[in-house]
Design a protein around this ligand. Sequence first.
Ligand code: NAP
Length: 284
Amino acid sequence: MGLIGNPVEHSISPQLHNNLCKHFDLNLAYLPFRVYSDDLFTVVEAFKALDVVGFNITIPHKVDIIKYLDNVSEEALIIGAVNTVRIKDKKLFGYNTDGQGFMRSLRDAGMDVKGLKVVILGAGGAARAVAVKLAQEGANSIVILNRSKEKARILTELVNNRVKEVAVFDEMTKDKLIGYTQDCNIIINTTSVGMWPEIDKSPIEMAEIFENRPFVCDLIYNPIKTKFLKNAEENSCKTLSGLGMLIYQGVSAFEIWNEINVPDNITKQMINKFVDFFKGNEGI
Ligand code: NAP
């Protein structure tokens, strides 16, 4: 198994998957491969010839990989990006496990999105996966706020046209945020603001948005506790970091490749392992 992208050096996927192989006593290994765009097709053909079980795809190949696949899951097609490929009988099957990773992490925290109002900050690649999954899982209303209003509009249309008409969009300004968060249940930061090394930044710094004690998530996992989450906790909100999503999207890929279910207690052990890892290596 492996990971293709550029860069790949800082990925924790090898540690995660190789630990899972050890746990399940599988005679497999997971390796990171730095792959340049011009070599993508050659690498995919080589993986097929070598009987690679499956691989993850990261920036910048998540979209380009699609043209080489024999089959793409409906969810990945809607999102427009693939992060997991399974190779079976020399055929390539594409999936996107980011949304599922987020949802499994949210469920672990005791949240069920059915009937809830969610505010999403950001409209990039991660927001696409999360918004599509939230709509599929029955969120009642999804507000997408982004610095670039046009990107928020495009994502809103994607959700409304391809999944369910539950999304609205707007700019990410202070006034709009106060209005939309008054009666919301969950706020999710999907922007990269606050990610290491810019840990003193936050997508929004206003106590007002936490007044009704929404559940507050950040997709960022480095640092584990962003400034945004710290502010939410100071205002008595429950919070969730992106680490659970990161581990669960990997676990979901592992399950697809190996046709096994990873019990939640094993995934939680992995999450705890990486909490220590990130605490000791802030900035990897
Ligand atoms: P992306 O496609 O580049 O999108 C970045 C988003 O952040 C866009 O909405 C962008 O707004 C916004 N943004 C960037 N700088 C901003 C600023 N200064 N002020 C306001 N908004 C700003 O990136 P992505 O792939 O979606 O990743 C976003 C974050 O999610 C990253 O921190 C990444 O590490 C994290 N992530 C975590 C997981 C996980 O498993 N936990 C998975 C995927 C991603 P504009 O559209 O206006 O530029």
